[in-house]
Design a protein around this ligand. Structure first.
Ligand SMILES: [Zn+2]
Length: 261
């Protein structure tokens, strides 16, 4: 058991190197395939050790080097959160009958992708298409390994993509605000429906919307937040993460409550 925690946490730590790189470069449409150790702000060459997840940030005191530009806080938080998610995955995701390890790996990769969504959308209001593509690949694997029912997954993908598309269309028409609901959010709902299936995706949406309502409402009332648009993506991503970890358990409890099964 302990060895499993070590393997998952170590893998998440190594992956956080790529995650940090994606979070900065994807929304800014910079090349992610060609690796460059440069300052994210001014493209000045930076010594490689500063990019080592977590420790690089701490030892460099959050700065890139000679140019003195500050590193994004994500370079500190993402490795910590990724390792936390890895430990959480081992702790919560129960063994499935077939290919049990595979299911855990898929849930972890899904939640790490949601982590990228949270930071990119929060910092830049953009959810990179690469994240959507990764979730589609994970969804196909989940269907192949029978963790997600094919019909239920496709239904989820179509329902949420179409309904969000319609809502966005109406919202833009009514308010004239083009950013009322971004294309990134619509695609995110579609691909999450594909991965989680219709019912768990609906649960994720409810959790995400409810927390957005509470937190944004609180910030608005207390006037902590200055004028800055609302990024809905991070809330959705957190809701979907919770649905991936606990969806099955919550839905079972709900069905029991209603006397189904
Ligand atoms: Zn710089």
């Amino acid at each position: 058991m302990a060895i499993q925690y070590i393997i998952y946490i170590a893998s998440a730590y190594l992956l956080s190197f790529i995650l940090c790189y994606m979070i900065y470069r994807l929304p800014r449409e910079k090349n992610v395939i060609k690796y460059e150790a440069v300052c994210d702000e001014c493209n000045e060459k930076v010594s490689f050790w500063r990019f080592i997840p977590l420790f690089g940030y701490i030892f460099a005191r959050g700065k890139y080097g000679v140019c003195g530009h500050k590193m994004s806080i994500s370079r500190l938080l993402v490795p910590i959160l990724a390792m936390g998610l890895a430990a959480w995955t081992v702790f919560t995701v129960k063994d499935c009958e077939n290919a049990k390890e595979m299911y855990r790996i898929l849930v972890l990769l899904f939640s790490l992708t949601m982590l990228v969504v949270i930071f990119t959308d929060f910092e830049t209001f953009i959810i990179p298409d690469t994240c959507h593509v990764i979730v589609i690949i994970l969804a196909i694997l989940a269907m192949i390994f029978k963790f997600t029912d094919v019909l239920w997954g496709i239904l989820g993908g179509v329902i949420f993509f179409v309904s969000f598309y319609v809502i966005a269309f109406i919202a833009i028409k009514k308010t004239g605000n083009k950013d009322a609901l971004g294309g990134g959010d619509i695609k995110l709902m579609g691909v999450c429906g594909l991965f989680l299936g219709a019912s768990r995706c609906l649960l994720g949406l409810l959790i995400g919307s409810f927390s957005a309502f509470l937190i944004e409402g609180f910030l608005l009332l207390t006037k902590i937040k200055k004028e800055r648009g609302v990024a809905f993506g991070p809330y959705l991503a957190i809701g979907m993460m919770i649905a991936a970890f606990y969806g099955e358990a919550i839905l079972n409890a709900y069905n029991k409550l209603l006397g189904i099964n």
